[in-house]
Each structure stands twice: as structure tokens, then as C-alpha cells.
Design a protein around this ligand. Sequence first.
Ligand code: SF4
Length: 360
Amino acid sequence: MTLSLTEPLPLRQLSPADTRARITELKRVLGRRLVILGHHYQVDEVIEHADMIGDSFKLARFAADRKDAEFIVFAGVHFMAESADILTGPDQTVILPDLSAGCSMADMANVDQVETAFAALRSDQVMPITYMNSSAAIKAFCGRHGGAVCTSSNAEKLVKWSLSERPRMLFLPDQHLGRNICHLKLGIPLSEMALWDPHRLPEENLRAGCDRAKIILWKGHCSVHTKFLPAHVDQVRARDPSIKVIVHPECYLEVVQKSDAYGSTEKLIQLVEQAAPGASFAIGTEINLVSRIAKAHPDKKVVSLSGINCLCATMYRIDAPHLLWTLENLAQGVVVNPIRVDEQTAAYARLALERMLSLI
Ligand code: SF4
């Protein structure tokens, strides 16, 4: 039986200790049939039960490698669960404990808008490349039109490949990652980039430079990473001149330019791990990850780049009661909130992912 629900109301009445104990017990009961994946931005009360912690692509590949696992519970957001479903086998079911855990960035590009943009651009000249943080439909669009997926750690390689194949590129859906990689890694001048705003008419976007730009950036952003501002960098440096500022490339160009280093979540973790005791860092990424890095390195000073808590509010919806509710149902043979990508979309999305894999 499968159900699509969002609220584990009765389970909210359990204490955190009882919730933890019950999840641990259900994990034991379900054994190797179950895998729990925890994204870096997930809350600690869920992360403590994860079989693997990582970024979205690492987690999807882990699920695909665990062929004996019948149920993949993805403690992340919707597009991540879709990616896991695309890469896992037909006998595996991917579950999102709360269906309202979406990603505001992924939601900023829907496939109808992208079809309209692509038709208005001279599409034989333009390669579509999408960031992992996009819906399965957008990944499939890229696969169908010769393009590929990229992650924040391999975007440079994928952009280079794209420009060796076609003279122009449409980068979806995060304008900041696209701009940062093209400008800072590849030296492409900002004057060769234009922004495609899906809420404007195609003619307006073309007139605003998209008709000739080498790099067409989709007007999408991460609501978490765009909270970090250049002034935050100045403030932390004024308080501690020795501090290293390290940020995610979903931040504004001006923030990345002021930082000491930037990179994917995995790279940010590594930079702190490799630093000498006593080093201090201000990190521009989601607060749950920053707090976890700080806890793991008591010999170093690790703070958030911003004084305000930059929290991924949608990821936050998956909490321990939702995880418990999912497992209680699984133990009774009920699959709640399965994420299933239709076969045609999955096939083209897989093609876009395979193109990425062949290039890294
Ligand atoms: S941190 Fe930003 S890009 Fe990542 S899941 Fe949350 S809203 Fe989406």
C-alpha cells in the first residue's frame, strides 16, 4: 500500500528520547531493507540516524550502490529524492518523509518556462546545463537537448565541455553558481552574460542581452545562500583579522570574491578538517552544517558568516517525528510519500547525469 501524507501528528507527542529509541528499534527491525540518507543541511535529530551523510549527488549514488536496500528514506528535499529514484533500480522505493520539503531554487525553473526560453533562443547554438538542484523534468530537458547536469564541485568542467560543444550556454536554475564559475574559474567577462527572467516576455529577455550573450543565466537563486552579504565578510574580518572566510558558490559573486576560498559543501568541510588547530573560519553556508562542523572541530573556531541563522527552511520540515512516522508505516508494510519519476523523464534525466559522469 502507498500513501501520500505529510503529518505524523500523534508521533509528535513522544519525547525526543522515546522518538530516538523507537527510530533505532525500527531501523533494527527493517535491517538491510532500509537505508536512511541525510543531507548535510539536515537537523541533528535526523542526521544521527543516517546511514550516509553527504551532498545530494553523493547520497543518490550511495543509494544506487546499495542494491539490497528496498526502501531509501531521503532526509533531504524533493529534487534530491527524485535524483535518487532516477539512479536506483525498479525494485527500490525512494521516500521523502515530508512532501512539503521542496527547494525554493529548484522551484524557480519549471519545464514549461525552460521550453519557452529555449525556443526563443537559437537553440542549435545553445547548450542547456542544469545544476543538480533542479527538478527531474529540467534534468530530462537537458538530457533530451544534448546537455548535462553539473554539481557545485564539477561545474567548471561541465561549463568548459558545454562551450567546446556549442558557442552559447543556458545555465539553470542558479544564476549565482553559473556566474561565479564562468567568471571566477573561466574568466568569462560579466559583459558576455545575460539573465533570463522567466517572468518577463521572451522578447524582453532577448532585448536585454539574451539574444547574443555567451552565457545565459536563469534567474534563480538559493534563498539560504543569498542571505550572506559582502558586509558580513567585512564584519567578521573586523572582529577577527585572522579569520578565513569560506563560502558556497551559490552565494553572490561579490561575497565569493571577498572570500578566502569557496566550494561545495564537501570542500568546505575539508578546508576546516585540513586546517591547523587554532584556525578560525566564518562559513557561508546552511547553519546546520556550520554547527556540525563547529562541533566536530572543538580545537578550531568555526562561526556562521552571518549573524542571522541561515536555515534551509524546507529541509527543516523533515524532523525526527516525520522520520519515525515513515518507519512505523514501513514496518507495517505501508509506503508513505514515495517519490516516483516517470520512466520517460527518468531515462532522459539519467542521460544528462551520465553525460556528467563521463566528463568528471
Ligand atoms: S539550501 Fe538552497 S538550494 Fe539547498 S535545498 Fe535549501 S533552498 Fe534549495
